[in-house]
Design a protein around this ligand. Sequence first.
Ligand SMILES: C[S@@+](CC[C@H](N)C(=O)[O-])C[C@H]1O[C@@H](n2cnc3c(N)ncnc32)[C@H](O)[C@@H]1O
Length: 263
Amino acid sequence: MPSSLDNWYHTIDLGDGQVSNGYWDHRTIVDCYGIPESLAGKTALDVGTADGFWAFELERRGADRVVAIDVDTHADFDWLPGRMPPNAADHRMKANFEIAHERFGSKVEHRTCNVYDLSPETVGTFDVVFCGSLLLHLMNPLKALVNIRSVVKEVAIIESLAEPGLDAIPDVPLLRFGHSDSETVPGEGGIYWRFGRRALEEMLIYAGFARVEIMPPFRMPPNDMEAIAIHGYPEPPAPPPPEPRPSLLKRIVGPRRRTRQGT
Ligand SMILES: C[S@@+](CC[C@H](N)C(=O)[O-])C[C@H]1O[C@@H](n2cnc3c(N)ncnc32)[C@H](O)[C@@H]1O
């Protein structure tokens, strides 16, 4: 009989020795995303939350309010015509999230919302927006970034699978299309892109972020694929503080000279 710990996306330690059998285990790479240690006093949004690992992490770091959004079923993914799995509409996304939510006594608010519908009107605005491993599944990742930009006040933390070879030509923003090397039918996995770091930087700038900061690449367990996280800031860096101006007297008579007597 399948257990309630089987068929999870995220490996989540639920306490009392119970750990979900997740496809991805992010527990050892949490610090590779550059999420601020403390989110006390902040609001946070997790886009494409799946079982909620990252939403619960944002809450654990002290965020005052966390909203987690996802689509309702697998049928809402960006499938190509004829590629949607037959039982996609039965695959509801929220059940595992709710198990973890109850175990943690969490206050994270789960909402059904497609990233293409994300806007200040639909969800409000947030200090921190997190979006992990979603862009590669989208037909229009740039539109998703534009929508994310519209709801961020301080920083967006975006992660995606990367492809180191794409950064071989310096300063050329390259994406790799498709995963046909590992598919029987092209597009069956609903995975469309791999990103070079320059491409991610450029896409965030096109999406309206004023500056970006890229984290060192890391490897995602269990299959060791390379990933990168990038931070997008809506505001330009603060200008350096002005040099203190010399007093009016100093400007007229010049700096005071020491005499032999030491005055
Ligand atoms: C690969 S999982 C990543 C889960 C999690 N964000 C992480 O980084 O571990 C992609 C998630 O995005 C969701 N998703 C797919 N298409 C979406 C869309 N158009 N809008 C919002 N969420 C979407 C999926 O349901 C799934 O939960």
